[in-house]
Design a protein around this ligand. Structure first.
Ligand SMILES: [Zn+2]
Length: 116
């Protein structure tokens, strides 16, 4: 399985893998590097760096697999809500459940122009 990601609920740009951020060194503004994940309704958000494979690492180095926490029965559709951290703050830290769209670029195969 390759990279997988979702679009930010505010700006509709992808939640980027930290591998993409490294790959496009300096071309992607810092504001898109941390993200806020709600793998389920009514839970506290998980905030950190996304690796593109479902793992989010917070500032203290704690890694959480958000895919393992998502609801996916009965149709194997994995739903979560996610924002770039800056976007989440700008939007007033919303917690009302609105599932995010899957990112076709998988959070990695991005055109940097979209992020400048
Ligand atoms: Zn955003």
């Amino acid at each position: 399985m390759g990279f997988s990601s979702y679009e930010c609920n505010k700006c509709k740009k992808s939640i980027l893998s930290h591998h993409a951020v490294d790959h496009y060194q300096g071309e992607i503004p810092f504001r898109y590097t941390e993200s806020v994940w709600f793998p389920k309704k009514d839970m506290e958000p998980i905030i950190g760096y996304y690796d593109g494979y479902g793992n989010v690492t917070d500032d203290e180095g704690q890694e959480t697999n958000v895919y393992a926490m998502m609801e996916h029965e009965p149709e194997q559709v994995y739903e979560c809500m996610v924002y770039h951290e800056d976007c989440w703050h700008e939007a007033g830290k919303p917690t009302k459940w609105v599932p995010s769209n899957h990112a076709e670029d998988q959070g990695f195969f991005v055109g940097t122009r979209r992020y400048s």
